[in-house]
Design a protein around this ligand. Structure first.
Ligand SMILES: *Cc1c(COP(=O)(O)O)cnc(C)c1O
Length: 466
C-alpha cells in the first residue's frame, strides 16, 4: 500500500529550520562511521547491519524497542583504554550500563569496576567480579551498603563526607578489618562537552571542597584513623568532555592538595583517580579526540605536575563509562505514526513517533542531550526531511531525537536506529506510563543473546500488591 510521502506535499522552504550544527545529508542512507560500531554497514538490500545482524532480523527476533550492544566493540573499547593508559588502573563506571554479563566482560578485559549503590554492588557480586578491583562511590552510602561492600572486601571506598567516614570506622571496627579509601575532592572544575568552568566555590553535593581546607582536613582525618588506609585522592569533573583542559586544571589542583597534605603530615599519597567523563560522538557535531592523543596529554600533565610537586611515580586511575559502552551500542525502535505539524509562520515539522520514548532514554528530556537516528530497515531514495523523533509517553517533552534528517517517505512500520543509546539509557530507564523496559541484547559473531530480558506486564504487576 503506498504511503503518502509526508514531506511531499510541503515545499522545502516551509520546513522547520535545522539547528546550525546539523547539515542536510547529501545521502540520507549514509552511515557516519564515527557513530557506529566498526563494521556497521548497509546491506545490499539497504538494511542497517551491525556485526552481521540486520535491523529487521533483530527486531523480528527480539521485538521492539530494543537496546543492542556489540560485544566485540565493547571489549575493544575497554581494551583500547587499558592499552592507551597502560600502567594506570582503568575502572569501568557501571552506572553507564551494568548487568552480570557486562561485568564479566569487564573482568575478562582486565579492567576494574565502579559501583555507586548496593544494587550495583549486588550485580558485580552476582557476576563474581573481583571485589578487590571494585571501587564504591556515592555521596550517601548507607550503613547497609557499606557493610555489604566492606564484608565483600571492596578494593576502595571513595569517601564523600565526614558522616561516611564515621560510618566506615564503626563498620571496620565491627568487622575487625581496615578499609582502603580515596577522598573525593572537589576541584571547582566543572566540565561538560567542549567547555569547562573553574569556579571559586562550587555549589554541588559531591566530595570535599579544596577551598576552605575541607579536602585537606578530610585527608588528615582519614590518615589518622586506625580503621582506614588512606590511599589517595579522587576527582571527577563531569561528563561528555571532549577536551583535556578541564582535566589539566583538575590534575594541578588535586596534586596541590596532595602536596599540602604532605607538608602537613610528612606522608606522601600515592594514588590519584581522575574519574571519567570522556565524550563520545552521538551526532556528527561531536568530535572526541583519539584515545591515544588523550592518553598522551594526560601523561604529560601528570608527569609535569608530579615533577613540579616532587611526587615521583604515582598510581593513576580513570573511570570511563560512556566511552566504553556508548560507541558499542544502539537502540532500535518501530515507527508508529508520522505527523506533519504546522508551526507559526507557516513552516512545518515532521514528528515521527516510535514505540518507546523517555522511559527508555531520558537523556534528551533530562539534559537536552542530542542524538541522531537513521532509517534502519531499508534504504530510501526519497529526499531528506528534517524530523523530530518522539516517544509514546504522555509528555510534550518526550523527545528522543530533537532534530534529524530522515527520508521523506518514512512510514509506520519502519525501524529507526539511534546510535550510542546503550549508555545511560537502560540504566536510567523507568516504567513511566507503565511501559515495560526493553531488553538489552548482545551481538556476538553470528549469535545474539539477551543480557537483560524484556520486562513483561507480569513483572509490572508483580510489585503491585493489590
Ligand atoms: C559518572 C561517573 C563516571 C563515569 O562517567 P562517564 O561520563 O560515563 O565516563 C566516573 N566516575 C564517577 C565518580 C562518576 O560519577
Amino acid at each position: 500500500m503506498p504511503h503518502m510521502h509526508v514531506a511531499g506535499s510541503i515545499h522545502a522552504d516551509a520546513m522547520a529550520a535545522s539547528p546550525k550544527w546539523l547539515t542536510r545529508p547529501a545521502d540520507v542512507n549514509a552511515l557516519d562511521a564515527a557513530l557506529w560500531p566498526t563494521g556497521t554497514v548497509r546491506s545490499e538490500a539497504g538494511e542497517l547491519t551491525v556485526a552481521g545482524h540486520s535491523a529487521s532480523a533483530l527486531a523480528a527476533k527480539w521485538g521492539s524497542p530494543l537496546y543492542l550492544i556489540d560485544e566485540a566493540a565493547f571489549r575493544a573499547n575497554a581494551s583500547a583504554f587499558r592499552k592507551a593508559f597502560a600502567g594506570w588502573d582503568v575502572y569501568y563506571a557501571g552506572k553507564a550500563f551494568l548487568c552480570r554479563g557486562v561485568a564479566r566482560w569487564v573482568a575478562e578485559e582486565g579492567l576494574g569496576l565502579d559501583v555507586c549503590s548496593g544494587g550495583e554492588l549486588a550485580v558485580a557480586r552476582g557476576a563474581g567480579f573481583p571485589p578487590e578491583r571494585t571501587g564504591f562511590h556515592g555521596n550517601n552510602k548507607s550503613t547497609d551498603e557499606l557493610r555489604a561492600a566492606i564484608s565483600l572486601g571492596i578494593g576502595r571506598v571513595i569517601v564523600d563526607s565526614l558522616d561516611e567516614i564515621e560510618r566506615i570506622e564503626a563498620l571496620a571496627e565491627e568487622l575487625a578489618t581496615t578499609v582502603k579509601v580515596l577522598v573525593r575532592v572537589t576541584t571547582g572544575v566543572e566540565a561538560h562537552t567542549h567547555e569547562y568552568i573553574a569556579t571559586a566555590h562550587e555549589d554541588q553535593k559531591f566530595g570535599f571542597s579544596i577551598l576552605g581546607g575541607h579536602a585537606l582536613m578530610a585527608l588528615v582525618r582519614c590518615s589518622t584513623s586506625p580503621w582506614l588506609t588512606l590511599a589517595g585522592v579522587h576527582s571527577h569533573i563531569g561528563s561528555q568532555i571532549f577536551d583535556g583542559s578541564g582535566f589539566e586544571v583538575a590534575i594541578h589542583r588535586t596534586m596541590r592538595v596532595m602536596a599540602q597534605f604532605r607538608d602537613a603530615t610528612g606522608e606522601t599519597l600515592r594514588e590519584l583517580n581522575l574519574g571519567g567523563g570522556f565524550g563520545i560522538a552521538y551526532t556528527a557535531a561531536d568530535q572526541p579526540l583519539p584515545l591515544t592523543d588523550l592518553a598522551a596529554s594526560f601523561r604529560e600533565a601528570i608527569d609535569h605536575e608530579s615533577r613540579g610537586f616532587g611526587f615521583g611515580q604515582l598510581r593513576v586511575a580513570l573511570e570511563p563509562g560512556r566511552a566504553i559502552v556508548g560507541p558499542a551500542s544502539f537502540a532500535l525502535y518501530t515507527v508508529g505514526t508520522v505527523k506533519v505539524v504546522e508551526l507559526d509562520g507557516g513552516a512545518a515539522r515532521v514528528y515521527v513517533s516510535v514505540d518507546g520514548g523517555m522511559s527508555d532514554n531520558i537523556r534528551p528530556a533530562l539534559y537536552a542531550a542530542e542524538y541522531s537516528a537513521v532509517l534502519a530497515n531499508r534504504a530510501s531514495d526519497s529526499p531528506p526531511v528534517l524530523c523530530r523523533v518522539v516517544g509514546k509517553h504522555c509528555e510534550g517533552g518526550d523527545i528522543l531525537v530533537r532534530d534529524v534528517f530522515l527520508p521523506a517517505d518514512i512510514q509506520p512500520g519502519d525501524l529507526i536506529a539511534v546510535p550510542g543509546a546503550g549508555a545511560y539509557a537502560r540504566s536510567m530507564a523507568s516504567n513511566y506510563n507503565h511501559l515495560t523496559r526493553p531488553p538489552v541484547v548482545a551481538l556476538a559473531g553470528e549469535r545474539s543473546y539477551p543480557l537483560l530480558r524484556r520486562e513483561t506486564l507480569e513483572d509490572l504487576l508483580a510489585l503491585d500488591v493489590g
